[in-house]
Write a protein that binds this ligand. Sequence first.
Ligand SMILES: Cc1ncc(COP(=O)(O)O)c(C=O)c1O
Length: 422
Amino acid sequence: MSTRSVHTARIAPKDHQPAGPLAPGPWPLDPSLVFLNHGSYGSVLRPVLQAQSAIRERMERDPVRFFKVDLEPLTDGVRERLGAFLNCRPADLALVANATVAICTILNAADLSPGDEVLVTDHEYTSVTNELARICARTGAKLVTATIPFPVRDSDEILARYLACVTPRTRLAIIPHITSATSLIFPAAAIVRALNELGIDSLVDGAHAPGQIPLDVGAMHATYYVGSGHKWLGAPKGTGFMHVRPDRQGRLRSLALSSRAHKVRPERPLFLRDFDYMGTNDYTPTLSLPSALEATGSLLPGGWPALMRANHDLIMRGRRVVSASLDIEPPTPEALVGTMATLPIPDPAPHLLDRPTAYDDALQDALYERHRIVAPIWRWGPQNRRVVRISAFLYNRVEQYEMLALALREELGREQSVRATA
Ligand SMILES: Cc1ncc(COP(=O)(O)O)c(C=O)c1O
């Protein structure tokens, strides 16, 4: 992947009007954008932003009372609501800024020694592998990477490939629940079941899962389950969480110990005290999580199940439109698709590989600058294949995937014509 990234990259926009999305409704998204990337940072409904502002007002009216007295019971209320949504004990949930912090906290508490193995896959999110590289260098533990093909046949293939890399030295196994660049739903529950039988600790990275697929975190029995509210739950940015098995809570301290960490409070577990207050910060995103669960879950009469089903149906239609238009075989069966989909796309000519980009690939700049389309273009895997990822949320329309298909045809054609004349 090119590491060249310059924020001055600009492409002349087309002189026609931007294609524009259709009725963004109660989301504050720029109406000139065709926004097909809910997966990266979500989008927050206006009523949720208003609820967050109300909490912020309350904080600023009496900050001392808010931080010293109100914050703890308010956080307990969030935990109750989130626990009901995830079907787990609220007391096993720590609310943190994001999945990156949650995963980093868990990895650094893993007590690894030389010769220990940490199992990941080649679909891992980069923050996981970055932190692990640092920890393995420090501890002498070895990173073992399970290769999961893409295109992939079914979840049995993922399960078999994953478990084939487990050895007697595996100390911690990391499982992406839904992968980032390749949009694959992993059989996380089946993998965790097998690991539990072997007595191996599991960390499920569910950053993309809540709100994208039905979840039963309590029934999964992973040692650690990490998720985020700011992607598919519609919560403000900064709403990560981790579910930690009770027998591991005692040794999982927060990365930063706050000014309250030394206080003796037998009535409240250290696990909650550590993570509920990590110094002065804006805790209003987390405190708005119940509003997000309520507002986003009320968008359709059938609640969350209906929303996830509608988004799934839309992404399947969108994927069909793009793959048919570009003549690309979809790389995953429908059962492994949630509400995002990834398609491989052709490479540009070699001399275009290092074009300046504000993202990861100049094609994404071209989609944005010339077509007002927001869709990530990445590289993934052993062959460094170029991929486009699309998301579907209730504000999207199938016509927007048609716009993307047309834009991709035009831009990929442009890349080819540059190749022809170069
Ligand atoms: C699979 C996966 N894990 C972890 C993360 C990190 O999430 P955050 O940026 O909210 O910390 C992401 C972000 O997209 C992700 O896709």
